[in-house]
Design a protein around this ligand. Sequence first.
Ligand code: ADP
Length: 481
Amino acid sequence: MSERRLSTVLLKRFSRVAWTALAGYALLVVAVFAVAAEAVLRRSLEHSADVVQSLLGAYSDSAGGPGSVMPTTLADQLLGMGAQVVITRTTRNAGGMQQVYFLSPDMPAQRLEGLPASASPDDVRQVLLAAIAQRARWRYRALHRSAGPFDIYIVGSRQPYLVALAGLTVVAALLLPVVALSARGGARRAVADALGPLALVTTATSAIGPAELGRRIASPTGQAEITELAESINRMLERVDRAHRALESFTADASHELRTPLTHLRAQVQWALGEGRAATDVAEALVAIERELDRTTKMVDELLLIARGENQQLGLARAPFELTALVVEVKEIAEAMAMGRDLSIRNVASDPVWAWGDVDRTRHVLLNLASNAVRYTAHGSVTFAGRYNGTMAGVSVEDTGPGIAREHIERIFDRFYRIDQSRSRAFGGAGLGLAIARLLAELQGGTIAVESSPGQGSTFTLWLPRAEGPAQGGGSVPASP
Ligand code: ADP
């Protein structure tokens, strides 16, 4: 389907509505005028009939009973009325024959001829009305009223109001395009005014490239909907800008972090290549190089893990598993790491705690937390404890290490963030452990909470969605969270 400009669509719709409304209005005016004119005509005919009837009454009264009609007397009075009046009178002659006299203002009384002698007054009316209708057609309106032996027929012309009606129709038909066109002109200006701010937003948005992500679209625009659009574009720009800056700083940090070991490696290789190095010195240098290579490889692996995690490419399993059983495994590794140091590793006994997620990724998270606790705690203890909290299952790793100051608490989850660069590096950390731990926890629908008081120690707690453990006595299909 071909795209059309909004202004064209709006204008077309408006024109259609304007034409229909105006034509409808004109038709309505014409129809109301016709109905009103017809009502007025009818009233005037009724009025004429009333007058004629009352004149006939007066005549009968004065004559004291039905006599012969004096058409000239009547005619003079009837002439004063606008409508055409015809009166018939049905009598019986001396021989008992029915006779119908016909009189009108401009004619002397005459007998109505051509009627069979047996014709009833009703037949006479029918014949007369049919004859009037046949001649008058739509140009006249006829009214019939019976008054004793008399029948009054009044015919009024529609001509005067038909002329006015025709005039009105012609004026309406001529004015309709003029009014519709001027309404269209007004609508065009209104549509242009309404769409103006939209064009400004479009221009401002298309001027924003990767280098101008800090720029914002001017708002308010003067139109609420377009202001909302501009603001939502601004909010999107804010998010894109933040993500872009995070990516830039991540790239810068990653390059820096990779350059450092490469510089070390180059220095060690150059030293080893120096003249007169003893074989043992070269072997020592190679061992150091291997260590540096291991550390760098680990960092690259961690970076790849983060990249794949953020792109939802890790394919995490979603199954129930016993978190407390995993803790036993991790505790053993932590004990091996703490070997020979004044550090006790404990596990608070609890009922089995079941979580929903990926066992291997969860092991990775717990190992990161445990290795931090062991590495940063000079002496004292590292304690694991499993527990439930509502719909979540958690494991806390509590240490008696240096603790973390308030201003570092949120930042320690940032990539490459280390509170003490040199100390952390000495422990082999690249500052990616907690970033990975939080990412893996979140990918499983969980979180990592941290509480710490400097000088006293820290507690990191991994929370994952809770799963129901196997039922007592063997059933083993835990419910989905
Ligand atoms: P690293 O590889 O440097 O340990 P992490 O992301 O695991 O990176 O941790 C980030 C920083 O948080 C560490 O450099 C350290 O300063 C601090 N940190 C992490 N765990 C602890 C802890 N248990 N006690 C004190 N400081 C910690």
